[in-house]
Ligand binder design. Structure first.
Ligand SMILES: Cc1cc2nc3c(=O)[nH]c(=O)nc-3n(C[C@H](O)[C@H](O)[C@H](O)COP(=O)(O)O)c2cc1C
Length: 204
């Protein structure tokens, strides 16, 4: 059985912990991850997590590191820039409104935009974990455009109905919803809803 291959883009919206949770979970599920991180995302990552990307990568085993391929956002010649490179889906987590705008307008000027554009044209899954609040009409129109083109817009808005509502639990919930959209549902990022979870249902 060949391994699943995913492209994970990290842009400069707030929410580096979502990216960390998603990457960790995909590696745990034995997938290969092609990671693209924008220059501003590296700064936001350091600010929000207190660690650099290389320190984060250093927390993985050698075997996991061999499945985490760091791509240069400027390298439009990378494999993920071509539709001939087949993969199982792309996640942009978090997705800034600037990267959303690039994708919505087919502006494939960086690798993260080009790989997203290729994912749409090849009808690969493309999940955009958007983080901004509030939205203006431009954001909403860009979300509609990418949705019509086949992407899934998944706002970084955690639910509070699952068991773990700690900060890490809420982060993991968003990452888990993103993995669900990729079709990777065997993760343990959040506990799934069961009918009997509401006591009142039993009493009614
Ligand atoms: C600390 C920090 C937090 C930010 N948070 C957001 C955010 O939540 N959403 C967003 O769309 N942009 C956010 N931005 C702005 C983006 O980083 C900026 O628009 C940048 O041009 C995005 O570029 P990229 O999409 O190529 O990474 C933030 C910037 C900084 C420095």
């Amino acid at each position: 059985m060949s391994r699943k291959k995913y492209v994970v883009g990290v842009s400069g919206a707030s929410g580096a912990p979502y990216a960390m949770a998603a990457i960790k979970a995909l590696l745990k599920l034995e997938a290969c991850v092609h990671l693209i991180i924008t220059p501003i995302a590296k700064q936001v990552w350091q600010h929000e997590t207190g660690t650099s990307l290389s320190e984060f990568i250093g927390t993985f085993s050698k075997e996991e590191q061999s499945r985490l391929i760091l791509e240069n956002n400027k390298n439009l010649g990378a494999c993920v820039s071509s539709g001939s490179f087949r993969h199982d889906g792309m996640l942009v987590i978090p997705c800034s409104v600037k990267t959303l705008a690039g994708i919505a307008n087919g502006y494939a000027g960086s690798l993260i935009e080009r790989a997203s554009d290729v994912s749409l044209k090849e009808r690969f899954k493309l999940i955009l974990v958007l983080r901004e609040a509030p939205y203006n009409l431009i954001h909403i129109e860009n979300m509609a455009t990418v949705t019509r083109a086949g992407a899934v817009v998944l706002p970084a808005s955690p639910g509070f109905y699952h068991e773990n509502t700690s900060a890490q639990g809420l982060i993991d919930f968003v990452a888990g919803k993103a993995l669900d959209q990729l079709g990777e549902t065997e993760h343990d990022l959040y506990t799934r809803w069961k009918t009997e979870d509401i006591q009142g249902e039993k009493d009614a």
